[in-house]
Design a protein around this ligand. Sequence first.
Ligand SMILES: Nc1nc2c(ncn2[C@@H]2O[C@H](COP(=O)(O)OP(=O)(O)OP(=O)(O)O)[C@@H](O)[C@H]2O)c(=O)[nH]1
Ligand SMILES: [Mg+2]
Ligand SMILES: [Zn+2]
Length: 291
Amino acid sequence: MIDGIILKGFSGFYYVRTQAHGEVECSLRGRFRQERLTFLPGDYVKISLTNERQGVIEELLPRETELLRPPVANVDQAILVLALADPPPDLVLLDRLLVYLEQTPVMPVICFNKRDIAGDSEAEEIIGIYKDIGYDLVLTSVKTKTGFDELKNFLQNHISVFAGPSGVGKSSLLNVLEPGFKLETGSVSDKARRGKHTTRHTKLLSLYGGYVADTPGFSRIELPNVSREELSFLFPEMDGYRQDCRFNTCLHYKEPQCAVKQALERGAISQSRYKNYLRFLEEITARERSY
Ligand SMILES: Nc1nc2c(ncn2[C@@H]2O[C@H](COP(=O)(O)OP(=O)(O)OP(=O)(O)O)[C@@H](O)[C@H]2O)c(=O)[nH]1
Ligand SMILES: [Mg+2]
Ligand SMILES: [Zn+2]
């Protein structure tokens, strides 16, 4: 059998990259359908060939990582792409994605794109929030071709996924990194300033000794299945304070002598992050009540 990696799935076929035979179009053994196994871009598989270009997936190898949003296997890094303008940056979505990744082994890198059309002070403020927490960050513009050396450094020898809303420039960035990709890009609609969901399928591409997945944009993601008490552990900037709260069950909401809220008042924790923390806390509370 031949080892390969799934690049993409489409209409019941999987396109598998192999060392010796290039890209092979594969179908699934019937038993996989009965077992309801899912196959994702990034999955390592063993295939048999039916001819030079076509084959059958015989075996799915264990996953090192698995993301549900976007659905992709074995990535070690997620490049979270937001536009600084057009569409305006959705920091609730970004914080949701960060919370989601905090409880996986996948490392986040935040990429703020469209620097060329962003106001300087607003951009700096947003970037500052995430830089202070210690998240890896790159600032790019497809228009003026800035930030691409940094982006390249992050991608080299990794398996990464580009994730974020529609219209932020995920495919455009990848086209600058490798013009040969020729990925389709779309405009941002004039009325709603929203992307048009140009990329329709997740696809793994070979780049710099690793892989990178282009994915369809999305604007919603569920919070991970954590309890209210666990939520603050997914906000790394709260790590230095949590142990100083008066109550060890502190949710950093209405409790007295809360070190997290004191840090917020001093400006050591960002208002925008704390607001989203409370928003997620409320969501988890509602979810726990509905059980
Ligand atoms: N001004 C400016 N426009 C950009 C930049 N990057 C991308 N765009 C434009 O933004 C629009 C959307 O870009 P895409 O690359 O299709 O966005 P996407 O994130 O792949 O969107 P989906 O595939 O729908 O998820 C296109 O019109 C791009 O030309 C940038 O840095 N500056
Ligand atoms: Mg796209
Ligand atoms: Zn507290």
